[in-house]
Structures are given as structure tokens and as C-alpha cells.
Ligand binder design. Sequence first.
Ligand code: PEP
Length: 259
Amino acid sequence: MKKLIAGNWKMNGTLAANEALLSALAQGLAVKPACEIAVCVPAPYLAQVLNMKTEHANLDMVEVGAQDVSKQTSGAFTGEVSAVMLKDLGCRYAIVGHSERRQYHGETDVLVADKARAALVSGITPIVCVGETLAEREAGLTEEVVKRQLAAVIHVNGHCISEIVLAYEPVWAIGTGKTASPQEAQTVHAVLRAQLKAATEHFAGVKILYGGSMNAANAVTLLMQADIDGGLVGGASLKATDFLAIIAAAHENGQIQKN
Ligand code: PEP
């Protein structure tokens, strides 16, 4: 399966900075890499990024995603953005259940599962994030936590679970410069794969991304792990050279798989 490298810009960017970042990405993508690429951008800039895709031929392979989506379809939900709207704009992905939303916006496992369903119903692929906090890891609860988070999404989405992208993002590794070791990450990814196996016969095709301080240096070994199918990249997706270096690591990996 092709690796997916998805950038999460978080609440960063301006019209000018986005233009510069995407122009640099377009230049760096002159040779089509053997991986899939996406950028998940703040809602106000989705249209700008989608428009830039039509202006730069090299950006046609860069899919665009939102960083959140409503569980509702339309109506009196001030401030919300629906999956129907994202689809209408031309988005492919929406991140759901990012730990920053779980932590700062009180998003529960059930809400995250409902958001994933709303996305799937409208043809948006949810990138569902799961991950344990440092306290949970130290208490030996990592597997229990990620399995509980994924179980909620499986419960609500049934066999459609094969259509999601899953991202394992240990909370203690996000934006901290601390990365799970490739073995630590692989262990959790294998647990998640086994859980998907019990839920769908198409478990092998579900991409499981790793996220948490992924950078050019650590991407190579992380992406070599059997159950790591790509990366969800925060900080390093804001600098074209860093993001392109991670894409290059995924490309190399794709070449090795082919040969
Ligand atoms: C993220 O926000 O999803 C993330 C992984 O951030 P960072 O790469 O900066 O740790």
C-alpha cells in the first residue's frame, strides 16, 4: 500500500505564508513521489489551497483536508463546518479526534465516532486520531486507551471502518520533540491492526499513520515498520523543506516496496 504523508497545519498560516509554502511544495514535487500527500489546513484557507491546486500542476497530487468536521449535516449549529460543505469545496479528508480537540474542546470517543460517520456519509475520508497521554502510558494503559478510542469508532461505523484512515498519535509526542521509538509505535500499530481485523475483512487496506514529532531524520525508520503506513505531520509540515524531506523518505520506502 502507498504511504500517506498528511500535514496538519493546525492554527497556523496567512494567505501570504500559505502561498509561499505551497509554491515551494509545488517546486519540490516536480518528480511525482511514490506516496500519497495531503495537507489539512485551517477552514478559512481551504478555498485558497484548493484554488492553488488548480494553478500548479505539481499540486494536483496533494489532497486537501480540514482539521475537524461537524457531526451535523446542516442547520442551526453556529460555527460548525459540515462534511457536506467540505465535499462541496473539493476536500478529500477531515481530521477527527485530534488530541488537541479531545483535550481543549472536550471531544469524547462517541462524538469523535459520530464525526467520523458524518464524514464517511458525505464522501470525506476521516483521519481518526487515537493516542494515550504520558500518564496513561506510564500507568501501562496505552493499549487499553487506544483500543477504547478505536472501538467507539468501529461501533458507530460498522463495516465502513475500512474507509477510514487511522492515526496513532501518542499525546506526549505531539509538538514536544519526543517521538515514540519505531518499535514502540509499531507495537501499538499492530494492536490497532488486529482490532481492525476483527471488525472488517478489509483491515489490511486501512492506512494507519504515525503522528508525533515526525521529522526528516526519524521518518525513515518509522516508515519502515510493517504497520506504519504514513505520517500525520504537524510542525514539520509548515516548512516546505522539512515536509518534502518526509515525503522523500516515504518515496524511498515506496521504491523499496516495489522492488
Ligand atoms: C499533529 O499535530 O498531529 C502532530 C503530529 O504534531 P507534531 O508533528 O508537531 O508533533
